[in-house]
Design a protein around this ligand. Structure first.
Ligand SMILES: [Zn+2]
Length: 160
């Protein structure tokens, strides 16, 4: 995936120069850091041990299935972000627990994320219904999975 490089300073509007290792403003001298895009998702299982998945309504991997997931907003607690995305995509209110694992790189985790964290989560309310970026939602056993968007989903489903 290509990353758009900024060309002008967000503080003073001057051109950015140098790549050592980050662009530096030719006007005010400010260094411009590129921040990672953090993806978070929840692993929710029902009483039968099946995992909650959503069908992606957006690219990348549109039409394939993944954990309920999305991006952390600036200043947002990652667990709050995971709970927010779960509610938006599945209609379920979840309590977010421990980190299961962290996956690096675009495509390995969430779409376009620099890295992706999956959290344990349990349902505490809500009504199951696909919403926001999800076109369908359901619980799946490890042996009956639909086509998955990201390797991290398989890893989460297969965990003990
Ligand atoms: Zn500047």
């Amino acid at each position: 995936m290509s990353v758009l490089q900024p060309r002008f300073c967000t503080a003073c509007g001057s051109a950015l120069g140098g790549q050592r290792p980050h662009p530096v403003c030719t006007g005010c001298g400010r260094t411009h850091f590129r921040d990672p895009k953090v993806g978070v998702g929840v692993a929710v299982r029902d009483a039968s041990g099946r995992t909650l998945l959503v069908r992606r309504g957006v690219q990348p991997e549109k039409g394939k299935w993944s954990l309920p997931a999305g991006f952390v907003d600036a200043g947002e607690d990652p667990r709050d972000a995971a709970a927010r995305e779960a509610l938006e995509e599945t209609g379920l209110v979840v309590e977010v627990g421990a980190v299961i694992d962290v996956w690096p790189g675009a495509g390995a985790g969430g779409g376009g994320a620099s890295f992706f964290l999956a959290f344990e989560a349990s349902i505490v309310g809500g009504t199951l219904a696909a919403g926001d970026d999800a076109t369908d939602v359901g619980f799946f056993a490890a042996g009956e999975l639909p086509e998955l968007a990201f390797p991290s989903t398989r890893a989460v489903v297969d965990r003990p």
